[in-house]
Design a protein around this ligand. Sequence first.
Ligand SMILES: Cc1cc2nc3c(=O)[nH]c(=O)nc-3n(C[C@H](O)[C@H](O)[C@H](O)COP(=O)(O)O)c2cc1C
Length: 363
Amino acid sequence: MTTFDQPLTFKSGVTLANRLMMSPMTTQQSFYNGTVTQEEIHYYAERAKGLGAVITGAANVQAAGKGWPGELSIEADTFLPELGQLARAIQAQGAKAIVQIFHAGRMTHAATLGGTQPVSASAVPAQRPDAEVPRELTVPEIQAIVTAFGSATRRAIQAGFDGVELHGANTYLLQQFFSPHSNRRTDEYGGDRTRRYRFIREVIDAVFAAVNQYATRPFLVGYRVSPEEYETPGIRVADTLWLLKQLGDTRLDYVHLSLNDYTRVAKEAEYQDQSLLAYARTALPATPLVGVGGVRTRQDVANVLGTADLVAVGQQLLYDPTWAVKLANGADDAMLTAPFSEAVDFVPLTTPLHHFASGFFRK
Ligand SMILES: Cc1cc2nc3c(=O)[nH]c(=O)nc-3n(C[C@H](O)[C@H](O)[C@H](O)COP(=O)(O)O)c2cc1C
């Protein structure tokens, strides 16, 4: 049986000291242009101790891929000094530093992009009250985004990170190309699953090309996936199992299943025999799998490790920055927590998260 204190060495050669990861969570504390702030560096360093790895909040690979104000950016070399400080601050606590890289696609607003219309695979808005109609990307623009993912990986290496996580989840651009809702293209980037996967495949190839060219020590690459969409048409479990199979055939070090509850069961009747995490495990027998969603206790950690290889912890680390140290020391009674859904609902996207990240909630 896997326990949280066991190290794990990935295909790339990167070793995590244990199975605990900080789940990617934007803090919205970066400067208006995406430069990491000292507050943000402090926030991550405060939480890194006792974890195998910290995955940063999403960082945009292109200016047009920015999803919200206060987001980290990795789209230019000018960000390297502060990105380097962030990586070193995490590593100084004994954790590996992974930066999550993404392009928001249609899940942003013209106001966030200085008045520019958001872009996506097709000109279809998300099914959300405030969604804007995106502009369909041209093929040269798609190729420029693929290149931008490679350049972002090169910057992550040069800044001293131990890896990147490709954010293919939570409805952002990588997912938008795979989704039949947001991708209605009739060219080589649209159509059946294989054609809708093309953009993802090209991004993964560009990322590994950068690793081959620039990494002088082991550097990991992970990928985050959301299992189901609510839109019709939309990504269904069968599509995700197919996608996981493709990802399992690549050099990826791990796949991270994005869930807000690790016990979650599919909406579709034919996939309700086990949890979505268990279905993902079956589709990915040989690739390390990260489970996440609602982990706050020792028992939750053990439950996730019953199915997955690694546990990502999000909101629990917002409430209790030293939770992982308490877990290792058996100080479970001293862990601080609060109802997660309440916290997420009550934090508007414009409120800096450090207002509720300092652990003032108690059980
Ligand atoms: C404030 C906040 C910011 C988040 N930002 C990101 C992000 O940048 N990238 C991402 O993939 N997921 C993001 N998430 C989702 C978390 O990584 C995680 O999947 C989710 O919160 C469920 O895990 P938890 O119950 O342990 O918090 C965010 C969640 C929260 C609460």
